[in-house]
Design a protein around this ligand. Structure first.
Ligand code: F6P
Length: 256
């Protein structure tokens, strides 16, 4: 019975790779919408995937915010392979609670493995003027350079409307997302069903176009409720690796 379940999961991974057109898919059993331990299992899977991608020349690992990436940090344990690693927040403030902010998550990861970290001290709501001046700050430029040369990026994917509400976005943003049928959110960008960018939160950090230079980009998102968001984001085609759960995988595979 257990063997059959494992075989089913392996089959689903293959089908999902083909359907989403990405190179690696990892599925953990269960649905994280229903049970929080499933999200932790995704976190555990991320750690073993990361270990397989480490280079002996040192590793820079960037992370976004959200509960899925927070679960990766939660599952980390002291690890001599990661002692030299540098952890960075992929993007500045995106309106998350402290424990789910990229800064907090990257500091937690570094502390757990005794690696190092740098933070991006930028507020959530940036005007164009403050953005333009912050981007000229030497300390920020340094982090941006480090980010662009990251080896591994872990990021979450959210449902567009859920994320816009979680961030207390302005009515005009909510209207825009609704009118243009936003489906997914990742890195502060909102996407429609076909993977086109509809809106972007102004904050310092990795831009989608920077991802092209980064060798390993790992999306971490599960739960049946995220099926459409995962599909939409993957159409944009910036990430090659997906760590998800059975709940999301089944819903994506049964959607035509
Ligand atoms: O706000 C940061 C972020 O990574 C978003 O880009 C993403 O949509 C969201 O968090 C995912 O959060 P969660 O893992 O809690 O669903």
């Amino acid at each position: 019975e257990v063997m059959k379940e494992v075989a089913d999961i392996r089959n689903m991974e293959q089908e999902l790779k083909d359907k989403l057109n990405i190179s690696e898919v990892y599925i953990v059993p269960g649905d994280s919408d229903e049970y929080s331990w499933v999200k932790k299992e995704m976190g555990r899977a991320c750690i073993s995937i990361m270990k397989g991608k480490l280079s002996s020349r040192g590793n820079t690992i960037a992370v976004t915010g959200g509960t899925s990436i927070a679960a990766v940090a939660e599952m980390m344990v002291p690890d001599s392979d990661l002692k030299e690693a540098l952890f960075l927040p992929a993007r500045g403030g995106l309106g998350e609670q402290v424990e789910n902010q990229a800064n907090t998550i990257c500091a937690t990861m570094a502390r757990k493995v005794m690696g190092t970290y740098r933070l991006l001290h930028v507020p959530d709501q940036l005007s164009k003027e403050s953005y333009d001046s912050l981007i000229e700050e030497t300390s920020i430029k340094e982090i941006l350079d480090l980010l662009r040369s990251a080896d591994i990026v872990f990021h979450g994917i959210g449902v567009a409307t859920t994320m816009a509400e979680r961030r207390n976005s302005k009515a005009e943003v909510l209207d825009k997302l609704k009118n243009e049928s936003a489906v997914a959110e990742a890195f502060g960008y909102y996407f429609d069903k076909s993977g086109s960018i509809i809106h972007k939160v102004l904050t310092i950090g990795l831009q989608l176009e920077d991802l092209a230079e980064i060798p390993h980009i790992i999306a971490v998102a599960g739960g049946e409720s995220k099926a459409k968001a995962i599909q939409a984001y993957m159409k944009h085609g910036a990430s090659q690796i997906l760590v998800t759960d059975e709940g999301a995988a089944k819903a994506i595979l049964s959607d035509n």
